[in-house]
Every structure is written in structure tokens, then in C-alpha cells.
Design a protein around this ligand. Structure first.
Ligand code: SF4
Ligand code: SF4
Ligand code: F3S
Length: 266
């Protein structure tokens, strides 16, 4: 309780802001406890009161005062085409602002599929050259927290780990925290007994769908998707896509947007 709170700078590139929407719905811990008691959220384009020069001044001040001690949380990614002009932030291309703030950061959190992999704005032919954070920043530790968006409690869980232990969680070889991304949706899916028994939904709203059988033949990507949806679930542990009757589209996997239809079988 007496430890100074870690400063966090939360920047937004090309994205839809639903990673923030997810974060503010965290139930364990509550997002308000993270923001008010665990970290010092000194800058966040979407929820801070400051604007314009006042907001930009916070970035300068953080770089000077907390050199090597702040976390840079990034939602979205920088488009590199035409000098980065497809995302201008504070009068500059976002990519410049990102590199500038990354220079003195302790570590970077890449929120969601946008920052981790590129997401839909990087879909072929990717006219803006939307580029994941780790392709632009090479000299800082990066924690990827993929998902579109990531689960709220996974986001706050990562922040809680870093603030409690003062170090990064153990990451897998793709840069994701092992504690949340080491199992496939399929490994813990409650419909798995139906998969094992060969009981599959063959058409939306058929008898098997009504009985809650496996969605594999409807294109469920659970067998190849690493995420915590079937254990942590969403909305404070209430449900997740498969529980609402739709297969997993693999939203935490690289290139999920370009891998063919969400309804194609694997
Ligand atoms: Fe939105 Fe998905 Fe990007 Fe998050 S990862 S900002 S939810 S498009
Ligand atoms: Fe696996 Fe999807 Fe079937 Fe669940 S619904 S058992 S994740 S294929
Ligand atoms: Fe995304 Fe699949 Fe979870 S679509 S939300 S990873 S069940």
C-alpha cells in the first residue's frame, strides 16, 4: 500500500476502442480499483480530462520524471504507409509518438488483436500498412494481450501481476502471458464431451443446436485458439461466445481476419 503506483501511459492508434470498453467492465479486480489504487494512469486519450497541449505536456513530463519506470499500454497500431499519415495524433503521425514514448518505457503492453497482430485494419491488401507494435518497437519487452477485445479480467490480471510483482509475467514464444494463453478454448470447453462423442450441430437451429452440441462443424475455431474464454469467461464469468450458441472465431489468433470465413470448418 505504501509502494508508489506505477505510471501508465495508455495510447491509442488505429483501433475501435473496444479494448478500453472491455477493460472498464472488469469485475475482479474492478477497473476503478486498478485505475484509482493500483496504477497511476497519467495519460489515456479516451478517459482523461486533459486535452490538447495540457495532455501532450503529461507525456513530456512522464518521459523526464519516470525514465525507464513507466508502462506504455498501447491499444491499436500504427499505419506506416505514406509516412504514417493515416493516423495523426497530436499533430504527428501516431508511429512517431509511439516510438518516442517507447524509448523511455520500462515495458509495453500491446492490448488486443490490433496492437498484437494488426487486426482487421491490417486485412489484405492492408492499404494503410497497419503494423503490430512488435514490428515497430524492437528494443523493449512487449506483453501481447490478444483478443478482439481481450477479456476484461485478463487485461486487469496482467496489470495486477506487473504492479504486484514489479516484473513481467512469464510469456510464451509469441509474447503472450502463459497464465492466460497456454490453453486452447477447446481444451476446457463445456461442449467438449459432445465433440468427443461425435455429436455436432449441422445447421443453425437444428435439434443438436437446441441441445447445445459441439459447434465444430459450424466453423468453431476453439481447437486452434489460445485464450481463456472457456475458463475465465466474459461479463464477470457469466458466458462466452460458444455458450451463447456461436462458434469461436479465433479472435485472439494472429491473422484470424484473413483466414477465410468464420464459418468454414477447420
Ligand atoms: Fe477494437 Fe479489437 Fe482492436 Fe481491441 S483489438 S481495439 S476490440 S478492433
Ligand atoms: Fe471445441 Fe468448439 Fe466444439 Fe467447444 S464448440 S468442443 S471449442 S469445437
Ligand atoms: Fe474470441 Fe473465441 Fe473467445 S472468438 S472471445 S477467442 S471464444
Amino acid at each position: 500500500e505504501t509502494k508508489p503506483r506505477i505510471p501508465v501511459i495508455w495510447m491509442h492508434g488505429l483501433e475501435c476502442t473496444c479494448c478500453s470498453e472491455s477493460f472498464i467492465r472488469s469485475a475482479h479486480p474492478l477497473a476503478k480499483d486498478v485505475v484509482l489504487s493500483m496504477i497511476s494512469l497519467d495519460y489515456d486519450d479516451t478517459i482523461m480530462a486533459a486535452a490538447g497541449h495540457q495532455a501532450e505536456a503529461i507525456l513530456e513530463e512522464t518521459k523526464e520524471k519516470y525514465k525507464g519506470k513507466y508502462i506504455l499500454a498501447v491499444e491499436g497500431n500504427p499505419p506506416l504507409n505514406e509516412g504514417g499519415m493515416f493516423c495523426i495524433d497530436g499533430g504527428k503521425p501516431f508511429v512517431e509518438k509511439l516510438k518516442w514514448m517507447a524509448e523511455d518505457a520500462m515495458a509495453i503492453i500491446a492490448w488486443g488483436a490490433c496492437a498484437s497482430w494488426g487486426c482487421v485494419q491490417a486485412a489484405k491488401p492492408n492499404p494503410t500498412q497497419a503494423t503490430p507494435i512488435d514490428k515497430v518497437i524492437k528494443d523493449k519487452p512487449i506483453i501481447k494481450v490478444p483478443g478482439c477485445p481481450p477479456i476484461a479480467e485478463v487485461m486487469t490480471g496482467v496489470v495486477t501481476f506487473v504492479t504486484t510483482f514489479g516484473r513481467l509475467p512469464e510469456l510464451d514464444r509469441q509474447g503472450r502471458p502463459k497464465m492466460f494463453y497456454s490453453q486452447r478454448i477447446h481444451d476446457k470447453c463445456y461442449r467438449r464431451p459432445h465433440f468427443d462423442a461425435g455429436q455436432f450441430v449441422e445447421e443453425w437451429d437444428d435439434e443438436a443446436a437446441r441441445k447445445g452440441h459441439c459447434l465444430y462443424k459450424m466453423g468453431c475455431k476453439g481447437p486452434t485458439t489460445y485464450n481463456a474464454c472457456s475458463t475465465v469467461r466474459w461479463n464477470g464469468g457469466v458466458s462466452f461466445p460458444i455458450q451463447s450458441g456461436h462458434g469461436c472465431i479465433g479472435c485472439s489468433e494472429e491473422d484470424f481476419w484473413d483466414k477465410g470465413s468464420f464459418y468454414d470448418r477447420l
